[in-house]
Design a protein around this ligand. Sequence first.
Ligand SMILES: NC(=O)c1ccc[n+]([C@@H]2O[C@H](COP(=O)([O-])OP(=O)(O)OC[C@H]3O[C@@H](n4cnc5c(N)ncnc54)[C@H](O)[C@@H]3O)[C@@H](O)[C@H]2O)c1
Length: 325
Amino acid sequence: MRTVFVTGGAGYVGSHSCKAFAEAGWRVVVYDNLSRGYRDLVNWGELIEGDLNDGETLKAALSKTEPQVVAHYAAFASVPESMREPDVYYRINVEGTRSLLAAMRETAVKQLVFSSSCATYGVHDDLITEGTQQSPINPYGATKMVGERMIQDFDAAYGTRSVILRYFNAAGADAALATGERNTHDPRVIPLAIRGAMDGGFTFTIFGDKLGTRDGTCVRDYVHVTDLADAHLRALDWLDAGKESQVFNLGAGTGTSVAELADAVERISGGKITRKIAPPRAGDPPSLVASAAKAERLLGWKPQHSSIDNIIRTAWAWAQKDRVR
Ligand SMILES: NC(=O)c1ccc[n+]([C@@H]2O[C@H](COP(=O)([O-])OP(=O)(O)OC[C@H]3O[C@@H](n4cnc5c(N)ncnc54)[C@H](O)[C@@H]3O)[C@@H](O)[C@H]2O)c1
């Protein structure tokens, strides 16, 4: 049985991926310090509690479990938090990734799938392809770009192979509600809009309504987390087949504005969201929409679950289930 070592497997995208990996016959080992993840979301393999920056524990875990491939999700992943705490972001996302690459090197694990981000691109008007210039405008995006570069340098020098997946906005929840998004530290826009629809006393803040987009609010490309999990599975198979290192965008290819998103949450939930407009946030590009044509061409990946309605329906259902946990 092939083994995948999943850093950050107790988190949102990682836990959905673990389910997909296990269902496809992979043995799953999760490595997570539970700083932003949850023990009860680790249901598809063993959990080794450890920190990315603890090289000795990491090496011992890799030696003991002997994975063919590492899927590296562990990171801090909030743009506004990274603007306030760049030191923390460089320590976890950059030093943590270097620590992982060094541990893989010392234990002869040669294949890596990396969770990168559309935040590496910065501000662009057009559909973003993998060839679009990466000019991040926030520390989070910069740490992900450095991570990519390190991985590519390690590939060149030490003969490792990698698939870098730059995903756009992960959203939605597992259709069977076996896992979902439970970010209590720095909730993202969909959980916040859902909270607005569930709780009449909560005001949903829209940051900026004159950003030059079609309705003035930020436009993002929301891609269902189950589609992301499927792309990761295809990336494991790509490496397993001995193919070369690659970079892929993962997005649905359509943009949804924050105002449209709030409208969709109201329509699907039947709730009414109290909204307020605040100034734009530093570090937030007005629009980020992917071309994922390369992933379709080479990985055969096509989002199947990423309509906004399906994203909101599954996120809403998960929020109802999870609030009574
Ligand atoms: N969610 C998105 O929209 C999105 C978009 C693009 C890229 N990404 C990337 O995908 C990955 C997963 O994101 P997510 O939304 O699932 O985040 P998440 O916070 O839900 O999961 C991250 C996991 O990593 C763990 N972790 C953090 N620091 C660690 C450390 N030092 N040692 C060990 N474990 C640690 C946390 O406990 C958590 O379980 C991240 O690398 C993120 O940058 C996410």
